[in-house]
Ligand binder design. Sequence first.
Ligand code: AMP
Length: 410
Amino acid sequence: MRDIVAPESARWQAFTRIFGHNAAAAGYQLLIPPLMEDLGVFTRIGEATDVVTKEMYDFTDKGGRRVALRPEFTAGVCRAYAELRPLTPWKVWYSGSNFRYEKPQRGRYRQFDQVGVEVLGSDDAYVDVEVIALAWDFYRQLGLQQVTLVINSLGEPADRAAYVEALRQHFEAAGTTLSEQSRETLLKNPLRVLDSKRGEDAGSVESAPTISEFWSPEAGEHFATVQSGLTDLGIPFTLNQRLVRGLDYYRRTTFEFQGGTLDSAQNALGGGGRYDGLVESLGGPPTPGIGFSLGVDRTLLACSDEGVFSAPELAVQVFVVDTTGGREAMAITHELRRAGITADRAYDNRSMKAQMKAADRSGAQLAVIVGTDEQTAAAAMIRPMRGGEQFRVERNELVEQLRSQLTGHQ
Ligand code: AMP
């Protein structure tokens, strides 16, 4: 787990703010679900996924309840829907930390953040398009050029079940030519064998049946509408029949955004898809849903690699230097902040030289300087920090004068 410190923390905050702004502008409401849920909420997302079986931070609380820190958002959102029964379509966005006990490495952490959206209560293929477009445009807005969109359809639950059975037979026939890990995965979840990157599995994975052979006409039609919608919006994508994604509840559309700069094991910047039966299994009515989660940590790494979306400017506008004891600085910074001018100051009544050094470091455009002369005359000096003559102003005209000097200030 990591500390996110400035200036990275400012970039992090800007990332979330822009995402939230976009989502709200598209009619999504912010949902802040609890960080911890009943363990059962997460075990329903897939008994055969590593996220649930190996990576969960679960424990018994003081009341004897089995609980877990969330490893992802979707299950908690569906639990909230089942509990609150809001009007549909329920369009929500969220941001925050998840926890998975994984092997930490670049792009993979035990505490990581996601932003995302979910839409509950609509089966409309154009919702799939809207959701994918929201993520795509966000990546574009960040400036990322090397992100690609990969899509697939897992068909209806019955199509998926038939496909899983066909895969089971296919991989069982491969027998001991499969790696030991894949043989183990096969027992739990044949779909996951498709993810294997091991050399000895390559042939069997290559010759495995593809999901499109199992699509029902409805599933095929739904997916065709999604694709034509993406094309209409000018969003490029590639089809990958091997894209099955981790969690068990996906059906129909699944998608992933892949970065161009990270190792292949960590190149998924975000992903999502349709899910079925999840709300129902959490005690709600049968409800279709679709959403995505984007990894904040990993997407910011990709931004650094591509040299885009740098940290926003952290500097204050004005730095107040007071060599008369600090009381003037206290009053002036307070007045400026109330007036909407960002301001900082030096403490501990340090020397003029030390305070000017601090003013320089702060990156402020202007310094306000109060010495004994200015104090006596109820005045202050304004010194432009990036060149230009300093000048004296009346104390009661200070805010006005600063406003007129500050560039970019409303
Ligand atoms: P998933 O829920 O596994 O599909 O993950 C969605 C996104 O969250 C991924 O594409 C990653 O960007 C991010 N993510 C998942 N697990 C981690 C992790 N351990 N560390 C950092 N980011 C992660």
